[in-house]
Structure formats: structure tokens, C-alpha cells
Design a protein around this ligand. Structure first.
Ligand SMILES: [Zn+2]
Length: 308
């Protein structure tokens, strides 16, 4: 059995974003049901030990809100979190690591390209190397994250390349991990070894290839990049100068958007994740939300737990 908890469903900045006055953010400030923390999920095969997929800047708030991740009763120092798997080096995927610096042993699993970012930024040395191992993972090579005592977790993860971009703050700068395109954006296939049940996690994806369509066909569950509704959304709203594509994110709508590109492919449950506050599909009464739901997609509330 695989348990999955959506810790946060929002893109960078969350909903509402601190300095944003867009319609979604304005409404979310007065409506807690619309508020969402930055994208991350927690997974467990045994219900006792958990792994985070990405560590968002909202991690502290997410852990308070998630009883499954609280320390075990009666122990002075404890966390059910055994590791963190990073799919990219964006601020919204790695900054939460800085909230995990109180001496609990866990392992960070990431592509060497992303590990190079952690290694190049000395602030991440607050994670004492004696307690917190940094384990490289490679595309198309399955790995099984381990519990703190080295016992296999029962979860098999296959990272694979998806179209994407380097972290935004590295744009136009030398990447500490070199020029190779590989490794900046990973999708994950996550499988419970005992039951064979699996799902896919893609918090960032700039386009859907035939290879990706074939990969996702037949999956019981897919979490997919839902950053923007339309590619020029930030520009049209006067919020920014970048398209979704320029940020490495496919749009939900349009002929080459996620909804259309994945229509007709058999997927048990389709959930958007990493949804930007500018995205009108966040508003339950919006026409965009109706289109999302009619196409069989869901927008999850933080804290949603799914059992596979
Ligand atoms: Zn906003």
C-alpha cells in the first residue's frame, strides 16, 4: 500500500502570494479554503516512515498541519521523515530543507545537477553532513530510498527526464553543475514494491512528448504541472513578463496544453499540482475550473491523502 499526502498544491509563492493583488490572491486572503502552500507531497509504504518529494519554503507550516508527519509521542527528538527527493533546484523545491536542520538523520536524493546547487550554496551546510546524506540519483535508474537505519523503504522510484528549465535564479548565470541539459527537471515514477501500485509525479514539465504520453498511459494516478492556465497568463494579467514556457511550464489549456495533450490517455486519477496564484482554475466557480473538472482533472486541497 502506498500512502500519498498532498502537503501543498501551489506554485512558487503559494496562494495568496505575499505581494500579489491578482483576483485569486485577493479572494484567497479572505477565504482560507482557497489558500494553498507550495507544492510538495509526502509518500509512505508502511505508514510510519515518510519521504518528501521536494521541500517547499512552507514545509514548517505543512508539517504542523499534517499529523502523519508529527514526531512520535513520548520521544524528545523524532521525525517520521526519512528522506527528501528533489525533482529540481527551484526555491519552491529546496528552501524547505533549511527548516530541517535540527539534527534528525535523513537523506536527500537528487540529481547531481541539483546537488551541485546545494553544494555551491553554503547556507545548506546547516544540514550537518553527519546526519544528512546527499545521495545522487540518475535518470532512468531505479532507486529505493532507505530508512535512517539503512533498511529499504519498500518504495521504488524511477527518475526520468522531462522538458524543463534550470532554476529561475540561475538563468543567464553559470550553473554550478555544468552546462549539460540533463537533470534540471525530473519526473518520478513511484512504486510500492509490495503491491506493485504506482503513480507519477511531475511538478514541472514544459511539454508533453510522445514518450511521456506512452509512459503515463495506464497509470493509476498522475500529479501533473498545473502552473498556468494559459501560456501568456502572467503577461496578460500585468503580473510579470514571462510566459509559462519561458519558466519551463506547460499551460493547462490550449491545443498543446496539458488537458488536451493527455486527453484520451488512460489515467486513473489526474491531479494538477504546482498551480500558480494567477491561474483562474483555482477559483471553484470559474469557467476554467469547470473545463478542468469536465476533463477529469482535480485541483487538490492541501492535506488531501490518497491511498494506492
Ligand atoms: Zn496572485
Amino acid at each position: 500500500m502506498l500512502r500519498v499526502v498532498v502537503l501543498g498544491a501551489a506554485a512558487g509563492g503559494g496562494v495568496p502570494q505575499w505581494n500579489c493583488g491578482c483576483p485569486v490572491c485577493r479572494e484567497a486572503r479572505n477565504n482560507p479554503a482557497l489558500q494553498s502552500t507550495q507544492a510538495s507531497i509526502a509518500i509512505s509504504a508502511d505508514g510510519d516512515h515518510w519521504f518528501l518529494v521536494n521541500a517547499s519554503p512552507d514545509l514548517r507550516q505543512q508539517l504542523i498541519a499534517t499529523p502523519q508527519l508529527h514526531p512520535e509521542g513520548g520521544k524528545l527528538r523524532h521525525s517520521p521523515i526519512a528522506g527528501v527527493i528533489l525533482t529540481n533546484g527551484e526555491v519552491d523545491a529546496v528552501a524547505g530543507l533549511l527548516s530541517m536542520r535540527e539534527g534528525w538523520p535523513f537523506t536527500i536524493y537528487a540529481h547531481p545537477k541539483v546537488l551541485s546547487i546545494l553544494n555551491a550554496n553554503s547556507i545548506f551546510n546547516v544540514l550537518n553532513a553527519k546526519n544528512v546524506r546527499r545521495q545522487p540519483i540518475e535518470q532512468d535508474q531505479a532507486f529505493e530510498p532507505a530508512l535512517p537505519d539503512g533498511v529499504p523503504s519498500g518504495i521504488e522510484i524511477v527518475p526520468f527526464a522531462v522538458p524543463g528549465k534550470s532554476a529561475w535564479y540561475l538563468e543567464g548565470k553559470a550553473h554550478p553543475g555544468g552546462d549539460s541539459e540533463a537533470g534540471d527537471t525530473l519526473g518520478l515514477r513511484i512504486r510500492d514494491k509490495a503491491s506493485g501500485r504506482h503513480f507519477y509525479f511531475l511538478a514541472a514539465c514544459a511539454g508533453i512528448t510522445d514518450d511521456l504520453r506512452a509512459r503515463l498511459a495506464g497509470a493509476p494516478l498522475v500529479f501533473f504541472d498545473g502552473t498556468v492556465w494559459r501560456d501568456d497568463e502572467l503577461i496578460a494579467a500585468g503580473l510579470g513578463a514571462k510566459t509559462g514556457q519561458a519558466m519551463g511550464h506547460i499551460a493547462m489549456s490550449g491545443d498543446s496544453g496539458a488537458i488536451e495533450s493527455l486527453a484520451g490517455i488512460e489515467i486513473g486519477r489526474k491531479i494538477f499540482l504546482h498551480i500558480n496564484n494567477s491561474n483562474p482554475a483555482l477559483l471553484p466557480a470559474s469557467p476554467e475550473r469547470k473545463i478542468v473538472e469536465r476533463a477529469g482533472w482535480q485541483i487538490p486541497a492541501d492535506g488531501t491523502e490518497i491511498t494506492l
